[in-house]
Design a protein around this ligand. Structure first.
Ligand code: AN7
Length: 356
């Protein structure tokens, strides 16, 4: 058999260049992020008995295991183009992993501030392995963000949190892919909300595709915060946010107003789900063969909550973004599952334990 040379996806900057700010080709820093699969939900029949079509946009399959790669390729490429030698961010984990990887790829230094003891192990290992300078703050994400903003104003280092406008430009490409894979815009788009950058970016992407005549409708944007970290739902910043979904343990989101705009303009909602509802959806997805991190499951938890309220109609197309890979947070996975059984290497014993 002869090897067939197939097309190698070029990453979001090159694939969607007509929709993105220009980047000089030799400044593009890419790990060929994007082109993640849209996976149809098959086995949740007893939950969704009507003719709903539910799709999972599995962003965990990006190079560093989260949707952050789409924005980070833009932000780091632009930083490089502008002659910057270093990037800095505050993070609940995934932004720091992506910043560290893309900075390494582009030959820039990365500095990351994370809340001590509150980021999932996989994410911490990524920032460390890619050679970022990691500072653990004895405080939360919101406090870390205030500090990195100050540092980026005082020193020659580019801020790559989502207040960097290039981040959301890159992230909107996920909405393009959803439309391209479906052939149309979905009826609803569900996603977890932390800093509210992603819901803002998706809405921008959907609107741009419609304005350019690529699609002829817009989805309702359905954002879900975690109950213990739900500043937008409650209408005020949360001083000490808490949730098992550490990625969205955020009390004062940067893109607050834009998220509210996305909700209002699209006729959607911003609501919240409890940690129990998040873990329920997290396990349900795993039983479908799709492993995401807890925060990501807030999107499906939102679908379940809305389905109970009876908002969906037969034939609706629902897309849930699964923002990060399950391997990011092995601790929560292991805590949420039955313990493995230990056995001596003996056929009889093993057969008995397996229950045959
Ligand atoms: C898996 O990494 O804010 O509402 O510092 O990692 O756009 O903030 C992560 C956020 C959802 C929320 N799912 O997205 C960070 C960070 C996962 C995440 C969100 C995050 P936004």
């Amino acid at each position: 058999m002869q090897a067939t040379k197939t097309r190698n996806w070029n990453g979001v900057i090159r694939e969607f260049q007509e929709f993105l700010p220009k980047v000089k080709d030799d400044s593009v820093v890419t790990l060929r992020e994007g082109n993640t699969p849209l996976i149809e939900v098959l086995t949740m029949g007893e939950l969704f008995e009507r003719g709903l079509k539910i799709f999972l946009k599995y962003e965990g399959l990006n190079p560093t295991g989260s949707f952050k790669d789409r924005g980070m390729t833009m932000a780091v490429s632009k930083a490089k183009e502008e002659g910057s030698h270093a990037v800095i961010c505050a993070s609940t984990g995934n932004t720091s992993a992506a910043a560290a990887a893309y900075a390494a790829r582009g030959g820039l230094r990365a500095y990351v501030l994370i809340p001590e003891g509150k980021i999932a192990l996989g994410k911490l290992s990524q920032a460390m392995m890619h050679g970022a300078k990691v500072v653990q703050i004895q405080g939360n994400f919101d406090e870390a963000l205030i500090i990195v903003k100050e540092v980026s104003m005082m020193y020659p280092v580019t801020l790559v949190n989502s207040i960097n406008p290039y981040r959301l430009e890159g992230q909107k490409t996920a909405a393009f892919e959803v439309c391209n894979h479906l052939g149309f815009a979905p009826t609803y788009h569900f996603l977890p909300v932390g800093n509210a950058g992603n819901i803002t970016a998706y809405w921008r992407g959907y609107k741009e595709f419609k304005e350019r005549g690529v699609t002829d409708s817009l989805p309702k944007m359905m954002g879900f915060e975690a109950e213990g970290s739900a500043p937008i739902v409650r209408g005020h910043p949360i001083k000490n946010p808490e949730t098992i979904a550490s990625a969205i343990r955020i009390g004062n989101p940067s893109s607050w107003e834009n998220a509210v705009k996305a909700k209002d303009e699209s006729g959607g909602i911003i609501d919240m789900v409890s940690d129990d509802e998040i873990i329920y959806a997290y396990k349900l997805l795993a039983r479908e063969g799709v492993f995401c991190e807890p925060a990501s499951a807030a999107s499906l938890a939102g679908v379940i909550k809305m389905h109970k309220k009876g908002i969906f109609k037969n034939g609706d197309t629902i897309v849930c973004t699964l923002t990060g890979h399950g391997l990011k947070d092995p601790d929560t996975a292991i805590k949420s599952s039955d313990k493995p059984i230990t056995a001596e290497p003996e056929l009889g014993k093993v057969v008995e334990l397996l229950g045959f």
